[in-house]
Design a protein around this ligand. Sequence first.
Ligand code: SF4
Length: 334
Amino acid sequence: MAVVGIPGSLLYYRFFPLWEAFFGGLGVNIKTSKPSSNITLLNGANYAHSDSCLPIKLGFGHVAELMGDADYIFLPRFFRLEEKSFVCPKMIGFTDMIKSVLCSADSGQGVNCQANPACTGVSKKKIAGVKNTEFIEPLFDIHNYSNQKVFKKIGSFFSWNPFKIRRAYFDSVRHYNNVCNERENIFLKKLNLNRGLKIGVIGHPYNIYDEFISMGILKELSKLDVLPVTFEDAPGIGFECDFSKFPSNLFWSFGREIYKTAQYFMNGADFKVDGIIYVAPFGCGLDSIMTTIVQGAAKDAGVPFLSLVVDEHTAKAGIVTRLEAFIDMIAYKK
Ligand code: SF4
């Protein structure tokens, strides 16, 4: 049975339940890469451009780990996830960067991982003798193609039967919606029990939920008896937001999501946090702008704000100290 490798990076942290259910519905086995670690980073940094942000470097490491271990690697091209807005250029180009760098490793262009003992040293050339890994690289561009159409194309790798693919697609969407609703319900139960501080954690999902990038910030906040809340936890109510004051209505999908989540956390009719933490990786152009915008909005709303910029040299002790100081300050003020 075919095995599809799914790198545990970038939008894996948003859509994995959907992908897992879809491939499962087609009877396809999936293999995910291991959670991010120093090894993933060392591996990825050997291939990625040195100016890349931390998530992109890790993304290279995750793909490299799977090459040779799966028949296919699922590497979607994300372009437009909603009308009139785009994802970041590095994410748009990620599939092409992977293909041009990892698959040309044998040509000696820019790849030299032999000097690094932690590097697995995989390349298309080496893999070819073991197993022929193929990329599945659908384009998600909602302006031109419906998601159903894109999944139909993905499914055609594994089934000739359009009805089977259609059923797998709708089942996976239902499963995904259930997972999202369940997360909100779990959060609402925690909220009802919580008598302490509530802290909104905002940023790209892969920066918050990849514990290697965020240094496990959600767990660290819980250890401080704080209830952390993210975009994924928050109930959908009250999420409308006016973007008209921004040029082109703020045309980055995740910029819009981050801003409206912050606004909801600070000014929501049914829910308010005691402070906001913005997790951003060094080298992210979008976050460097959004941090300033959200910080200004937090100041206007009188909500304490902490910006945590992380990179591969960040030490966990430093992050924990800053979290403790931030929480102590809010508790003292209250
Ligand atoms: S949005 Fe930022 S963190 Fe995400 S891929 Fe682009 S540059 Fe990297």
